[in-house]
Design a protein around this ligand. Structure first.
Ligand code: NAD
Length: 322
């Protein structure tokens, strides 16, 4: 039985498979579009809600929380939390949970983007599609220096793969007590690390401290032969600085899963640049991973509402005990 009420009210702003909806049978459900298009409906649905299930398209801001006095848990089907006002949640004792079960999928995509860039796969595919059969030589991954900006779950999953590919892996991350991984070197500070890197790959969370982390001065420190990959969040990059760097030959190319505007504006110059690969925020988009994330989000929500189990809590309630 749920703590507080036999039928907690839950707002569902996710597309859930029938088996997961069955798990919520004891809840009183209200459905809101999962694409973030129903901001007002979300707010009014939250007014008497105990919990809400969202993904990274659905913003839960301070206003939404103010109109939700009984809200106890925001369960997001994502790792990133930049769509949720964490401070407002902490002030109100609202628990936030996330779904860190996607690192392999994002790491696989990161390796794919690095391989596509270095082997010039888009150029090769375009050449064949237009009747050609020859493209300039690409480059090896083996022996190249990969700089991971952020050495959390996804950064470390990329490191495992990059080491297997023969790359020399380095990272920057301000966090103390990160696991020591054999064959991976920590460098103190982005400015010291960027000039040596052949590939720079971002794996940080977007927050006030990381917004615009890669700007003009940082791109200027990269080698003209280096590639840049971003599978974290578009806001971590000053996109006009990236556009200048890649179009003016300051760097060799970029592989982007995330952008400042998603989808990008049709006249965004990055869309036309032959050295830029853009994919539509598909880091976690595999069947297995999305199923695991949805299950994890529902489990998290129910564990918090029932006061039992070990949900993936990122903002604990001050009343939650240990
Ligand atoms: P994580 O919390 O395990 O790791 C993030 C790391 O970044 C931490 O170790 C942190 O100390 C470090 N960091 C913070 N500020 C930094 C800075 N200024 N310089 C260097 N390192 C810094 O998170 P994770 O699970 O590895 O995920 C990372 C991010 O990837 C998420 O926050 C999310 O935004 C993004 N993500 C994207 C997709 C996608 O579909 N493309 C999917 C999942 C996650």
């Amino acid at each position: 039985m749920m703590e507080g009420s036999t039928h907690p009210k839950v707002v569902v702003a996710l597309a859930l498979a029938p088996a997961l909806l069955d798990m919520l049978v004891d809840c009183d459900l209200t459905f809101v579009a999962p694409d973030g298009s129903e901001e007002d409906r979300l707010k009014s649905a939250l007014a008497d809600a105990d919990g809400v299930l969202v993904n990274s398209n659905v913003a839960v801001d301070r206003d939404a929380m103010t109109s939700a006095p009984g809200l106890r848990v925001i369960s997001t089907m994502s790792v990133g939390l930049d769509h949720i006002d964490l401070e407002a949640a902490a002030e109100r004792g609202i628990v936030i949970t996330n779904t860190p079960v996607l690192s392999d999928a994002v790491a696989d995509l990161t390796m794919a983007l690095m391989t596509m860039l270095s082997r010039r796969l888009p150029q090769a595919m375009r050449a064949v599609a237009t009747g050609g059969w020859a493209v300039p030589l690409g480059g090896d991954l083996a022996g190249k220096v990969l700089l991971l900006v952020g050495f959390g779950r996804i950064g470390r999953a990329v490191a495992t793969r990059a080491k297997a590919a023969g790359m020399r892996v380095t990272y920057v991350d301000p966090m103390d007590r990160l696991p020591v991984v054999a064959g991976v070197d920590r460098v103190d500070g982005l400015a010291a690390a960027l000039p040596d890197a052949d590939f720079v790959s971002l794996h940080v969370d977007l927050n006030a401290g990381t917004r615009g982390l890669m700007g003009r001065p940082e791109f200027a420190l990269m080698k003209p032969t280096a590639f840049f990959v971003n599978t974290s969040r578009g806001g971590v990059v000053d996109q006009s600085a990236l556009t200048s760097a890649v179009t003016e030959g300051g760097i060799a190319g970029a592989g982007l899963d995330v952008l400042q505007d998603e989808p990008p504006l049709p006249d965004d110059p990055l869309l036309k640049d032959p050295n830029v690969i853009i994919v539509p925020h598909i880091g976690s988009a595999t069947t297995e991973t999305r199923q695991a994330m949805a299950r994890c989000a529902v489990d998290n929500l129910l564990m918090v509402l029932r006061g039992a189990g070990e949900p993936f809590v990122v903002v604990p309630s001050p009343n939650a005990g240990a």
